[in-house]
Design a protein around this ligand. Structure first.
Ligand code: DAT
Ligand code: MG
Length: 140
């Protein structure tokens, strides 16, 4: 199994409720190391660029509004099989379907306001990391 990096966002619903530390504890307990992290407040246009793959979906405008509604914490997580491990720790997109103990089961408010983002594949992980971080900011 290879050491891998994935991109993560702690979303506005979670930063608003002061859940950054609790969510980071879940990542660290799962063996994911936070190798870069910054708190930023996206504009709606920046959120739209990040989520452009969903531009045709009916929830896109609401999603972009939400992502720009409060600060987020953008992160790079590193570990063995980090992409799939992170998706496991996050839980299903809809918190109603998320397995017990996952971040979304414990903290998410709805399918739209679901506390975390995690990359779904190596190519999107690389793209998303590069959108938010320069190489100098990744401290393994
Ligand atoms: P994930 O975040 O689990 O990768 P996704 O890529 O399918 O899920 O969707 C991206 C985000 O869009 C998701 O985290 C929340 C929002 N979203 C997805 N499906 C939705 C729906 N049916 N209604 C409202 N928002 C939705
Ligand atoms: Mg996704």
């Amino acid at each position: 199994m290879a050491l891998e990096r994935t991109f993560s966002i702690i979303k506005p619903d979670a930063t608003r409720r002061n859940l950054t530390g609790k969510i980071n504890a879940k990542f660290e307990e799962a063996g994911l190391r936070i190798v870069a992290q910054k708190r930023i407040h996206l504009t709606k246009a920046q959120a739209g660029e990040f989520y452009k793959v969903h531009a045709a979906r009916p929830f896109y405008d609401e999603l972009c509004e939400f992502m720009a509604s409060a600060p987020i914490v953008a992160q790079v997580l590193e570990g063995e099989d980090a992409i799939s491990k992170n998706r496991e720790v996050m839980g299903a997109t809809n918190p109603a379907d998320a397995a017990e103990g996952t971040i979304r089961a414990e903290f998410a408010e709805s399918v739209g306001e679901n506390s975390v983002h995690g990359s779904d594949a190596p190519d999107t992980a690389a793209e998303e990391i590069a959108y938010f971080f320069s190489g100098l900011e990744l401290v393994g």
